[in-house]
Write a protein that binds this ligand. Structure first.
Ligand code: CA
Length: 450
């Protein structure tokens, strides 16, 4: 079920290659490409028909597509904290979005946590963050203070896309955040290109500059997060689409072209085969902003599958089988653990919550990677638990229970029919919940959450 059967010969060859090449190159380059609010149903490799994504699909074709990949939060900043620490962000109070501030010393990913970037820098990687940070604006929380040698992008939770709109140098108010000039390391710069293209350009240049040394590129596009602003030539690709879907599609398409340029840069630099690439979205698509999470229920900001299950693919030429499909539930927490496994990072003291995916996608291990996964939003106002086929959901003060094997669209609430199962799951949740701390700050005002 996990891997197509006709791929077995390839897998066996791949494992042979793995054992030989591990000695040759134990430091693959690492790239994490993060999309922002990209819906589960908005990539070709998961069945999207109206937005071609050939370049994102290339990552899946050259590696593994995940059909049940989850993130740890239904919106931006906490999900990113989970990815960068490999730990449930509720363990250290990063449970709400970060209100805009470039100076508040109390709001940002806590310095008590060790970031993936810090581990990779320590291991000799040259590191760069491109795009949306959203993990704290004060100096001590910024990328250059958190393990990145270089950065290009912005610190806020979103940004305008056209360069003539980026005129604010010293932002003070929230409304200024999206219009602030981009940061190139410590300097504000005047940008000339559409934002997504600018991020692609910087990512490609970074790859070209660092082909001779191990590098880590965290490429966090803010596309297709609002505001819905797309270049005319891309809008013209989607003349048959209407409403927000058209601009959304154009933004996804721009990002997809950019990812194609990034992959081509790896080819041109001769490092494609020595690069481990992850692609995923930070949360589900926003249904009011043109996204589709089909066939899943609901979207961004909620704990139904449409909010927390995302498109995800991973490739590493010759090391993991090409063209594979993995259906068991995995977590964005697994990215840190997978990288730690690949580069033999000593991380016992980090107390990671994820697991390395390598043994699972190569079928060395056949059991599901996770017996149980948890979600908690806003200190518990919303929560969910996934255990095997079952999922409990707490929303609007009520508990619901679904069997995702028989009911993947979460239509048939079983909480009344199977109260014992619900109680069993909630007992596990309470145990996990007792390990957490209260949110360190509140979400911004509701209209600024997203
Ligand atoms: Ca997001």
């Amino acid at each position: 079920m996990k891997i197509f059967r006709d791929l077995w010969p390839m897998i066996i060859v791949s494992l042979g290659v793995l054992s030989v090449q591990a000695e040759v190159n134990d430091k693959p380059n690492i790239i994490i490409i993060l999309a922002d609010d990209l819906g589960y149903g908005d990539v070709g490799f998961l069945g999207c028909k109206d937005i071609p994504t050939p370049n994102i699909d290339r990552i899946a074709t050259e590696g593994i597509r995940f059909t049940s990949a989850t993130v740890t939060h239904a919106f931006c900043s906490p999900s990113r904290a989970g990815i960068m620490t490999g730990r449930y962000q509720q363990r250290y109070g990063h449970e709400c979005n970060v209100p805009f501030s470039l100076t508040n010393p109390n709001i940002g990913l806590p310095l008590s946590e060790t970031l993936l970037s810090e581990c990779l820098k320590e291991k000799g990687y040259h590191t760069m963050m491109v795009g949306k940070w959203d993990l704290g604006g004060a100096e001590k929380f910024r990328p250059l203070s958190r393990g990145f040698d270089e950065m290009f992008g912005f610190l806020d939770g979103g940004h305008e896309y056209f360069p003539d709109r980026l005129t604010v140098t010293d932002p003070v108010f929230h409304k200024d955040g999206y219009r602030t000039k981009l940061l190139k390391n410590t300097e504000r710069v005047d940008e000339k290109e559409y934002l997504t293209d600018a991020f692609t350009r910087e990512a490609c240049e970074f790859i070209q500059r660092n082909a001779e040394q191990p590098f880590f590129l965290y490429l966090a596009y803010n596309a297709p997060h609002v505001p819905l602003q797309a270049p005319a030539e891309y809008l013209n690709r989607f003349k048959t689409l209407t409403g927000n879907r058209r601009a959304y599609a154009a933004m996804v398409s721009t990002m997809d072209d950019g990812i194609g340029r990034v992959l081509n840069s790896l080819d041109e630099a001769g490092v494609h085969d020595s690069t481990l690439i992850f692609f995923l979205s930070d949360n589900g698509g926003h249904l009011d902003h043109g996204a589709s999470n089909a066939p899943l229920r609901d979207g961004k900001g909620r704990v139904y599958e449409g909010g927390i299950r995302v498109p995800m693919a991973m490739c590493w030429a010759g090391k993991i089988p090409a063209g594979g499909r993995y259906d068991e539930v995995v977590s964005s927490l697994d990215i840190f653990a997978t990288i730690a496994d690949v580069i033999s990072l000593e991380c016992a003291e980090l107390d990671l919550d994820g697991v390395s995916l390598i043994p699972y996608v190569t079928e060395l291990r056949r059991e599901p990677p996770h017996n149980i996964l948890f979600w908690r939003l806003g200190g518990g106002s919303m929560s969910a638990v996934r255990e095997g086929s079952y999922k409990s959901v707490r929303i609007n003060g009520n508990y619901e229970l679904y069997n995702l094997t028989t009911d993947p669209q979460e239509k048939n609430d079983l909480s009344k029919e199977q109260p014992e199962k619900l109680q069993e799951i909630l007992k596990s949740y309470q145990q996990w919940n007792s390990q957490l701390v209260a949110p360190c700050w509140d979400n911004p005002k509701p209209n600024n959450i997203y």
